[in-house]
Design a protein around this ligand. Structure first.
Ligand code: PRP
Length: 177
């Protein structure tokens, strides 16, 4: 089996759970009477989405869209592709996008532009981790979990070359480790 770097933990599963619960309270306040569509961006957001919606005690729907820009590498290609599209129309829906990490911002700004053209009633963004030091395009985040340093972030759904998505904590890896 090939060796892989050991992640340095930034946020434990317990800290993540507290933050997810805090975000759910903010979202509940704003969406409890809106029957929103929560749109998770695959693959990275699957764990965050699953934990978040368990706290939301009001009618909602979920959908997923799969985008890709990093492939298996650690550098963004800058070109975002829709690998798997929406399963139902979002026109006149209150849409809340659920994203695991915003880095350069290229993926999410592409997606928000793509979704806006489909005329949702409203469009907001909930992000678990934000790496503002790497931003190339401005992104307005409505609900934010954690700010993270300019390191290679892994865990809780976020991968490095498809590994570490199953880590219950959020951490970072250093290539020389
Ligand atoms: C990751 C992550 C975000 C994007 C953020 O996706 O899930 O969607 O990169 O980077 P950016 O702000 O620089 O565009 P990735 O393409 O690695 O796919 P994945 O979610 O399947 O891991």
């Amino acid at each position: 089996m090939s060796s892989q770097p050991k992640p340095h933990i930034l946020f434990t599963g317990q800290e993540i759970a507290a933050t997810v619960s805090r975000l759910a309270a903010e979202i509940s306040q704003d969406y409890h009477d809106k029957h929103p569509l929560l749109l998770g961006i695959l693959k990275g957001s699957f764990m965050f989405m699953a934990d978040l919606i368990r706290h939301l005690d009001f009618p909602l729907e979920v959908d997923f869209i799969r985008l890709s820009s990093y492939g298996r590498g650690s550098q963004t290609s800058g070109k975002v592709k829709v690998v798997q599209g929406l399963s139902s129309p979002i026109e006149d829906r209150d849409v809340l996008v659920i994203e695991d990490i915003v880095d350069t911002g290229l993926t999410i700004s592409f997606l928000l532009d793509y979704l806006r053209k489909k005329r949702p009633a409203s469009l907001k963004l909930c992000v678990l981790t934000d790496k503002p030091s790497r931003r190339q395009v401005p992104v307005a985040i409505d609900y934010l979990g954690f700010s993270v340093p300019d390191k290679f972030i892994v865990g809780y759904g976020i991968d490095w070359s498809e590994k570490f998505r199953n880590l219950p904590d959020i951490g970072f890896i250093e290539m020389e480790d």
